[in-house]
Design a protein around this ligand. Structure first.
Ligand SMILES: NC(=O)c1ccc[n+]([C@@H]2O[C@H](COP(=O)([O-])OP(=O)(O)OC[C@H]3O[C@@H](n4cnc5c(N)ncnc54)[C@H](O)[C@@H]3O)[C@@H](O)[C@H]2O)c1
Length: 348
């Protein structure tokens, strides 16, 4: 049984606590939030102790794993201290605001020898898992390129910090876009070079793009195109399209669907199949998207338990968190400089 300390009891922290309560191998023992009311509500629901100061939680001898679910400007400090206190850490996305902050966290992880995971829970959505299985099973041949889009409206921001660049490090690319960047790497592998454009004419949030567009290239020359947006005027759209040498896979989230189009042989007649996920549709309809997110958190935590035992999992590591932030950073750099940018050369 792994004993967990949770820092941050807002939108996501509450769902993390619900997910923990549904898995026998974890127990939420302590939590911390600046907002005493929020902390008290989650603590009462889960029988956990409250630490007013997150440093006290991190210092508890009984805590094995710390989950960081606070705004991104706090991630580096909290993750470093938790790791150096000997805790395994699962940190919400984005791992931190800049590649430099992410590197500080990874250095602490190396020193501590503990496991560091990044909360890229989209990897655990049924449509994405299905896409992964179809691709790995060779259904569409060899992967050729990827196209993806994530959009919702900044008018739906519940927390004003979401469009404060001091807190987040940037706009839509580091918010919903960071999931696209991670999934691109999840399917394509490493990204070496980017060409990007960002625009900020609609909302006018200082330092935060409303839209980010990018072409990403892998070391083997495979291309991915993505757009992250805060100007999808109604609802939430999320789609990843994976093209291969004999077909393509489309994975939507909300609603959860995976479509595959494939030909058995070169020049053959293509077939089409839609994979539905009835349990997810019912859960989403009856209990809202939060139910779907909580299920992905449950699977992510189960993967965390395996990763801590040293087993291979789909869970995003700290390095995956760093690479995603470095790619977002390179896209911003490419847009500002009007130059293609290699990811490792974009600076901190
Ligand atoms: N995985 C996803 O799909 C997803 C979705 C939304 C948000 N997130 C990420 O989750 C994290 C939290 O987002 P949220 O929507 O829950 O935000 P939120 O504002 O609802 O919650 C953050 C909580 O952190 C608390 N907090 C702030 N400073 C603190 C401190 N010093 N000590 C203790 N608590 C402190 C706040 O009081 C608040 O309750 C962010 O990194 C965000 O990017 C992830």
């Amino acid at each position: 049984m792994l004993q967990v300390g949770l820092i941050g009891c807002g939108e996501i922290g509450r769902l993390r606590a619900e997910a923990l309560a549904r898995i026998g191998s974890f127990r939420l023992v302590a939590l911390s939030d600046l907002d005493a009311g929020r902390a008290a509500v989650v603590a009462a629901g889960h029988g956990a102790a409250v630490d007013r100061d997150w440093r006290a939680l991190v210092g508890r001898a009984t805590v094995d794993v710390v989950i960081v679910a606070t705004p991104p400007s706090l991630h580096a400090e909290m993750c470093v201290e938790a790791l150096l206190s000997g805790k395994h850490v699962l940190c919400e996305k984005p791992l931190a605001r800049t590649p430099g902050e992410c590197r500080r966290i990874l250095e602490a992880q190396e020193r501590s020898g503990r496991f560091l995971g990044t909360g890229f829970n989209y990897r655990f959505f049924p449509s994405i898992q299905k896409a992964r299985a179809l691709l790995d099973g060779g259904r569409i041949g060899e992967l050729d390129h990827i196209r993806s889009y994530a959009g919702y409206s900044a008018a739906d921001h519940r927390q004003p910090w979401l469009h404060d660049a001091e807190i987040t490090g940037g706009g839509t690319l580091r918010d919903n876009g960071i999931h696209l960047i991670d999934l691109t790497r999840h399917f394509l592998g490493e990204v070496e070079e980017v060409k990007g454009f960002t625009s900020d004419r609609v909302w006018g949030f200082s330092g935060c793009e409303d839209n980010g567009f990018a072409l990403l290239k892998s070391p083997t020359g495979r291309i991915a195109a993505l757009q992250a947006s805060w100007t999808e005027w109604k609802g939430y759209r999320f789609l990843v399209e994976i093209y291969g040498t004999r077909g393509c896979i489309r994975a939507w989230c909300f609603p959860m669907l995976t479509e595959v189009v494939w030909a058995r042989e070169a020049w053959g007649r293509p077939r089409r199949r839609l994979h539905l996920f009835p349990m997810t549709h019912i859960g989403e309809r009856l209990r809202s998207y939060r139910w779907v997110v909580t299920r992905s958190f449950i699977q992510e935590l189960q993967a965390l338990a395996r990763a801590i035992r040293g087993e291979p999992t789909a869970l995003a590591t700290g390095r995956d968190g760093l690479q995603a932030v470095a790619i977002a950073h390179a896209i911003s750099h490419s847009s500002a400089s009007s130059q293609p940018t290699t990811v490792h050369a974009a600076g901190d």
